[in-house]
Design a protein around this ligand. Structure first.
Ligand code: PLP
Length: 404
């Protein structure tokens, strides 16, 4: 099964250094080393401001809200990894998404994946809805539904693929073509696969966003967020937004993210291998009803995943048969930690209904399949057998308490 993926070898980066593979770009970043001193680890330029050599003169760095050398190295690295021309780093994924939406105006309509990160739903619906934006929440993996949601005011489609937590896959190329005919943009939140497994810009997307808090940083130790794109016309407005909003990434958190990215390739491969094993094991478990994992050959969009990604990632969702098992499982796992978030080296288990997707109204959650029997696993890089042992022990507690 590991070798089932059609196109697993990482592509070359199509950014500024076209002949380097993503494995190399991840480790070495955009600059390879710091040219002034030869430092191999990018220095943390912990300075809020920079001295001007003279009137109307600048070193290129003025004030760190707008630009900071540590952040710049990270932004260039992200652009290379996503095969885009420009990268912008924000203090969190939500900071990036909040910045991005300022490209649009009151009256604009956006079509959004219905099964998406709860924080994005809250930001769009509760805040931007108030400022005159309108949104249609659609199962974007179903093209007919997407088409039906189009309005004359539609300016963008915002998708997560695979979606979170139901692991539905949306056809990036087809969405891009569809919205381009209308003159709008396709935005892809690429957090779940990371640029190592999927590069939406190459498939026609206009803007990619990331929560760098997840796989990019990879160690559950920092927040960060990104916008990556290749459109010279959008670069100036986006820079202005980043500078004006003030949600730019701090130098230290930029450094932590750069450091995390160095092992992106190794981590993505190991997370995926572990996830493959655990997904198959869960599927056979008598207390489990259904498992959602894009790497299953009978996943409804398996062929699409093979055609637009280089890997299936490390995320698994599953329904237990009995909702009463949920509190027991969450309490009895010991190696796997009950916490929100994903994409780190440590395996985490999440209860989307009350955690990540709490902000989404009940009827929408129900329609998307987010119910009281759904759990989500972010598989880390521990030993797969240890993780399976931990789940097995927690499930046997459920059996015990049921039969007691
Ligand atoms: C976590 C997450 C976000 C938000 O990112 P933060 O860094 O937590 O602000 C956005 N999208 C997805 C898919 C996420 O998982």
């Amino acid at each position: 099964m590991e070798e089932a993926h059609c196109n697993h070898s990482p592509t070359k980066s199509k950014g500024c250094v076209p002949d380097r593979s993503l494995d190399t770009v991840a480790v070495r970043g955009a600059s390879l080393f710091e040219p002034r001193t030869g430092a191999i680890s990018t220095p943390i330029y912990q300075s809020s401001t920079f001295r001007h050599p003279g009137l109307f003169e600048s070193t290129g760095f003025d004030y760190s809200r707008g630009i900071n050398p540590t952040r710049t190295e990270l932004e260039h690295t992200l652009a290379l990894l996503e095969q885009g021309r420009y990268g912008l780093a924000f203090s969190s994924g939500m900071g990036a998404i909040s910045g991005l939406i300022k490209l649009y105006r009151p009256g604009d309509h956006l079509i959004v994946s219905e099964d998406l990160y709860g924080g994005t739903y809250r930001l769009f619906n509760e805040y931007y809805g108030r400022y005159g934006f309108s949104f249609s929440w659609v199962d974007t993996s179903n093209f007919a539904l997407l088409q039906a949601a189009l309005r004359p005011q539609t300016q963008a489609i915002f998708i997560e693929t695979p979606s979170n937590p139901m692991m539905k896959v949306t056809d990036i190329g087809r969405c891009a073509e569809f919205i381009h005919r209308q003159g709008g943009q396709l935005i892809v939140d690429n957090t779940l696969l990371s640029p190592y497994f999927q590069n939406p810009l190459n498939l026609g997307a206009d803007l990619v966003v990331h929560s760098g808090t997840k796989y990019l940083s990879g160690h559950n130790d920092t927040l960060s967020g990104f916008i990556v794109h290749s459109n010279a016309r959008l670069e100036q407005p986006l820079r202005e937004i980043q500078k004006s909003e003030g949600a730019s990434l701090s130098p230290f958190d930029a450094w932590l993210t750069l450091r995390g990215i160095k092992t992106l390739a190794l981590r993505m491969k190991k997370c995926e291998q572990n996830a493959q094993r655990i997904a198959l094991w869960l599927r056979e478990h008598p207390r489990v009803d259904q498992v959602f994992f894009t790497g299953f050959e009978d996943h409804p969009q398996y062929a699409l995943s093979c055609s637009q990604t280089r890997g299936f990632g490390g995320m698994i969702s599953f329904y237990v048969k009995d909702p009463k098992d949920v509190p027991i499982l969450l309490q009895k796992v010991s190696l796997i930690l009950f916490a929100e978030s994903l994409g780190g080296v440590e395996s985490l288990i999440t209860y989307p209904l009350v955690q990540t997707h709490n902000a989404i109204p009940d009827d929408m959650r129900k329609a998307a399949g987010i119910n009281d029997r759904l759990l989500r696993l972010s598989v880390g890089i521990e030993d797969a057998e240890d993780l399976i042992g931990d789940l097995a022990a927690a499930f046997s507690q459920c059996t015990k308490e049921r039969t007691a």
